[in-house]
Write a protein that binds this ligand. Structure first.
Ligand SMILES: O=C(O)COP(=O)(O)O
Ligand SMILES: [Mg+2]
Length: 233
């Protein structure tokens, strides 16, 4: 498959691991939460493997990783996590190289942009604003915007509906199997960045239409790279 930007009317862009490296925020909020619960801290490497399916899944996975019973800890963990994450949001997070230029170029090509993340909406909007990225997006949907999260295709279908675009002409840009599975099932072509989280697994093994090292590779000048076998590989 050859991806050409003129084949698309819009792009749906993932947040954590695609636009912003947020592992530092997750680690800080989780470790303050664990301290409140009297549990040991977790490493950035562990968190990078567990991030991707939303807050509820992350908290449950961290408790499981520590062998801490859900029924005893989950409710308090969830409330302490929300408290700490809200205060920390963006402080230990860095925009990946090429993101701002890449989004600007996609916008300049006439693509309409939506952000679709499994991160709660209450954290996603403020994070994008703090990093100066919110202005690129016509709409921002968090993990609690719809009944189900990625990898379910529902959020992508609903985002296409909100954009008024057909899935086949809406490009998903993400970093993990959640994005790719959701895109495939929704009928959206999908490109993955090679630098994100993907549950600690090599992203290359994921079924996608292309892989890039930077969002600027998606733009017109670099587009032939996407058509070349190495770009698609
Ligand atoms: O917050 C998460 O669990 C992942 O968020 P993402 O969908 O932006 O990668
Ligand atoms: Mg992601």
């Amino acid at each position: 498959m050859t991806l050409k930007l003129e084949d698309f009317d819009a792009a749906i862009v993932d947040l954590d691991g695609t636009m912003v490296d947020t592992v530092g925020d997750f680690v800080a909020a989780l470790n303050l939460m664990l301290e409140d619960l009297g549990l040991p801290a977790v490493s950035a490497q562990t968190v990078g493997r567990l991030v991707g399916k939303g807050s509820e899944h992350l908290i449950a996975s961290v408790l499981q990783h520590l062998g801490a019973p859900q029924e005893r800890f989950y409710a308090q963990a969830f409330s302490r996590y929300q408290h700490h994450y809200r205060a920390i949001n963006g402080q230990h997070a860095v925009v990946y190289a090429g993101v701002t230029d890449g989004l600007r170029a996609l916008h300049a090509q006439g693509l309409r942009l939506a952000c679709l993340t499994n991160k709660p909406g209450a954290f996603a909007g403020p994070l994008l604003a703090a990093k100066g990225l919110d202005g690129f997006f016509e709409m921002i949907f968090g993990g609690d915007a719809f009944e189900r999260k990625k990898p379910d295709p529902l959020p992508l279908r609903k985002t296409c509906e909100a954009l008024g675009t057909s899935p086949a002409r809406t490009l998903m840009i993400g970093d993990s199997s959640n994005d790719a599975l959701a895109a495939r099932a929704a009928g959206c072509p999908v490109v993955l960045v090679r630098y994100g989280y993907n549950h600690g697994e090599p992203v290359h093994a994921v079924d996608a239409d292309g892989f890039v090292d930077s969002l600027v590779e998606l733009t017109a000048d670099a587009a032939p790279r996407l058509s070349a076998p190495s770009g698609l590989g």
